[in-house]
Design a protein around this ligand. Sequence first.
Ligand SMILES: *[C@@H]1O[C@H](CO)[C@@H](O)[C@H](O)[C@H]1NC(C)=O
Length: 207
Amino acid sequence: MKLLLLCLGLTLICAHDEGSHEVVTSDFDMSKISGEWYTILLASNVKERIEENSAMRGFVESIQSLDNSSLTFKFHIKVNGECTEISLLGDPLGGNGVYNVIYAGFNILLISEAVYSDYLIFQVINFNPEKPFDMMGLYARKPDVSPKLKERFGELCQKYGIPEENILDLTDDDRCLQARGSHVAQDSRWVMCDGEGVPGITAFQHH
Ligand SMILES: *[C@@H]1O[C@H](CO)[C@@H](O)[C@H](O)[C@H]1NC(C)=O
C-alpha cells in the first residue's frame, strides 16, 4: 500500500512538472505571465535602441495581467547611471498575446513563446517619427537561463531578421536588481504620452 501511494505520488509530481514546462506559442493564458521576471537578452535591428542609456534597455521587474485584459509592466532603465522605475500599460490589440504600449513612440508587443514558470520571448515593433525599429526580448523567472535557451532566442531573432551580433546578453550588466521591490522608488510614475525627464522618450514625443 505504501509503495502504491509512493508511486502514485511520484506520478503526480512528474505529471505536474511536465505540465508547467510546456512551451506555449499561442492562446496564451496571460494570468500565468503575471509575476516576477528578469531581463536576460535583448535584441534589435537598430542596436543603439538597446545600448546603454537607451529607453528600450529595460530591466523588467514584474508583469501583471489585469482583470480587463490589459497588462502592466514594471521595469527600470538607467538614466545617467541611475536606476529609474518605469510603469507601463499594455492594452490588448485583438487578443492572443498582442498589446499596444505607448512608450518611446507607439509599440506593438507580441508574445512569441512562453514557458510560464520559466521564460518569455516577445517581439516589439516600434513606430516613432524618427526611425522605427524592431526589438526582441527574453525574460526569465530567474536571473539567468541555460545556454540552450539563449540559442533558441538567437534562432527566433534570426527568423525575425535580427542578426546575431545585435543580441545583447544583459546578465552581467547592472540590471537594477537592488532597486527591485522598492515601491517608493523616487521616480515611480506612469509614462503614458508624457515621457518627460526620460531621455530617449521625450525625443520621440511629437504632440
Ligand atoms: C484596464 O484597467 C486599467 C487600470 O484601471 C486601465 O488603465 C486600462 O485602460 C484598462 N484597459 C482597458 C482595455 O479598458
